[in-house]
Design a protein around this ligand. Structure first.
Ligand code: CA
Length: 635
């Protein structure tokens, strides 16, 4: 790893010419055999951990008991929407055991690249220096160390990258005036002049300091940018290379002119450097819809090929393609093996939430895997999409986490079970395991834009006392509270005894053991209630589905009712499961093993019965929002 040593013993490179990328696999961590074996965990580095939780109490009380008398909801909102909270790369490193215990095998970290000094882009999507880590997150060394330690525990790291746009590193110069977001110009027109911003957001003639304009040098040419102004992010046809949604700036983030082959090459070189430097295992690619299909294929192919040289034969590339399943599928079709998967952030995400809440017929979800779905039969057998229940954006649907109006603390486990045990690569959004939900219902009338702002999807799990002051000097903004969990500050919520944490951990454990749960064919199962015929049932009942791999049949059953026990006689495959099935997971028991008194403890056998020529297992009294899993070949 002489490359890493050399790079870290010098300042971050100013130019791509200062980088001689390694050419062989020596010491690099190989790709997994199959990404369906992985369980992803998506976190925003600013909002996850600062590594100082040991100096802060764990929130065990009701949130109202820990808020000071002068608590002000507007201040809490302002902190979360405008300020960096102080999460660190080293904080993530201190939580590797926590994530390992949860059963996570890969962490997708929101962008860690250097942002503009005075900007509020704590989410990381406005890059100023493509070859450096933002000092608020830590250093390049910290990142290298994190990947190294994660690999030692068998956890992979996926970095979040952006090659559609840069941060707001310059403004338009129109008739001598500085303009940030001018009207959109259709192809082939573009604005002529720009003015770079310095570290304090003032216009400058030339770039010299690290905080000025953009880095590396290769991107300091105005012809690297489309310069078409601010257009409509949805306008134009998905296929069209010069559509408005491809050429527009992303608000004040500056669109790269990816029709310029050299620009695409520069950006690919930047990200190859991060693979070589950190030994990461994959990239989540932001705003892929805003790059043309052909350019996206060129970029992804180039990254994939370089990773192969480092012995990473299946470097994971997952694209954020907004606008629904049709768009996502177009990118998967055109990019083929150059793109592993798309994030399931379109129609399926809201369907998944509604089915898990018992509000929508489960067939609405399971039909998404059928032969005539736009995503293709069995969603192309599960390795072409990453399933999402919650994320930091909620491009579709209300901007609240699942648990914000859950009927119980643990209702979210139904959604997570559907993610873990249906075809696809599951991704758990940070805080799901703590049922993050924002403040209690009685307080929500006081809260600005409740349900309409993505800030409520981004609470800081580590619960800082105060956010960071403006700029990267490390000072605190003492007049605002930290944007802590459940509308608090000064309390963290890394609770391994949390009822959702324990439930998710128990399900991940069997996902690792049973290959049918990762690769098996998938069938929603009919069931009979009180001697009615076997049929599919609507919302709010149990949802049974089987995963079948060769002769292994694993039967997953969730109760989608949030308030009542449910049951039924569930059809099984008479050829595979003709004698007994064994319980291998039970979430109610996992949450409180000592006090479990139900009839389906792990290890219990359930007789396969027969009625009207149908083989079934009788399931009775499954409590609200609980999960049990049975199999014909227990291990
Ligand atoms: Ca673009």
């Amino acid at each position: 790893m002489t490359f890493v040593k050399y790079m870290l013993s010098n300042e971050r490179p100013e130019s791509l010419r200062d980088i001689i990328l390694p050419r062989d696999a020596d010491g690099y961590y190989p790709s997994p055999a199959d990404w369906r074996d992985e369980v992803l965990y998506f976190l925003l580095p600013d909002r996850f951990s600062d590594g100082n939780e040991h100096n802060r109490p764990l929130l065990r009380q009701h949130p109202s008991e820990v808020r000071p008398h002068n608590w002000n909801w507007q201040d809490w909102f302002n902190s979360g929407s405008g300020c960096w909270q102080g999460g660190k790369i080293n904080g993530i490193r201190t939580k590797l055991d926590y994530l390992n215990d949860l059963g996570i095998t890969a962490i997708w970290i929101g962008p860690i690249f250097k942002q503009r000094n005075l900007s509020g882009t704590y989410h990381g999507y406005g890059i100023q220096d493509f070859l450096d880590v933002d000092p608020r997150f830590g250093t390049r060394e910290d990142l290298v160390w994190l990947v190294y330690e994660a690999h030692k525990k068998g956890i992979r790291i996926i970095l979040d990258i952006i090659f559609n746009h840069s941060g707001a590193n310059w403004d338009y110069l129109i008739d001598g005036n500085i303009v940030s977001e001018p009207d959109y110009l259709d192809s082939p027109y573009k604005y002529k002049d720009i003015a770079w911003r310095n570290n304090w957001e003032q216009p400058i003639d030339g770039i010299s300091g690290k905080g000025d304009g953009v880095w590396p040098r290769e991107l300091q040419d105005k012809d690297c940018y489309t310069r078409a102004g601010k257009g409509d992010l949805g306008a134009g046809e998905i296929e069209e290379t010069t559509a408005q949604h491809k050429r527009t700036d992303f608000f004040s983030f500056r669109d790269f002119d990816t029709t310029n082959n050299q620009v695409l090459t520069f950006l690919a070189e930047c990200y190859k450097y991060w693979i070589a430097l950190t030994d990461c295992d994959g990239f989540r690619i932001d705003t892929l819809k805003h790059v043309s299909l052909e350019e996206a294929r060129d970029f992804c192919g180039s990254i994939k090929e370089y990773a192969v040289k480092l012995g990473k034969h299946d470097f994971f590339l997952v694209g954020e393609v907004a606008g629904g399943d049709y768009n996502a599928n177009r990118y998967l079709d055109v990019l083929t093996h150059n793109l592993n998967a798309a994030l399931d952030i379109g129609e399926m995400r809201s369907v998944l939430c509604d089915v898990a809440r018992g509000l929508t017929d489960p067939q609405a979800y399971f039909n998404g895997f059928s032969w005539n779905d736009v995503m293709g039969s069995h969603r192309k057998i599960g390795n072409r999409h990453v399933s999402i229940l919650n994320d930091h954006d909620h491009v579709w649907g209300e901007k609240l986490r699942f648990s914000s109006h859950a009927s119980s603390l643990h209702q979210v486990i139904v959604g997570v079970a559907l993610q873990l045990f249906t075809l696809g690569i599951p991704c758990i959004y940070y805080g799901t395991e703590q049922a993050l939900s924002g403040p209690e219902e009685s307080e929500r009338v006081w809260i600005p834009y409740w349900g309409n702002s993505d800030v409520y999807l981004r609470e800081a799990m580590f619960g800082p006392e105060h956010p960071l002051d403006e700029g990267d000097n490390g000072n605190l903004k003492n007049d605002l509270p930290g944007f802590g969990p459940y509308g608090t500050s000064g309390y963290h919520c890394f609770d391994q005894e949390h009822p959702v944490f324990k439930r998710i951990a128990s399900l991940n454990e069997i996902r690792k053991i049973y290959p049918s749960l990762r690769y098996g064919r998938q069938y929603l199962r009919p069931f009979s209630i009180l001697d009615s015929p076997f049929e599919y049932h609507g919302a709010g009942e149990i949802i049974p589905w089987a995963r079948v791999l060769d002769d292994e049949e694993t039967l997953c059953i969730v109760n989608s009712s949030g308030s009542e026990t449910r049951g039924g006689d569930v059809m099984v495959d008479a050829g595979l499961s003709n004698y007994k099935m064994t319980v291998v997971a039970n979430t109610e028991q996992a949450a409180d093993p000592q006090n479990y008194r139900g009839v389906y403890p792990v290890g219990a056998q359930v007789d396969v019965c027969w009625k009207d020529g149908v083989a079934y297992v009788p399931i009775r009294d499954l409590p609200p929002s609980e999960v049990i899993v049975l199999t014909n070949y227990p291990r």
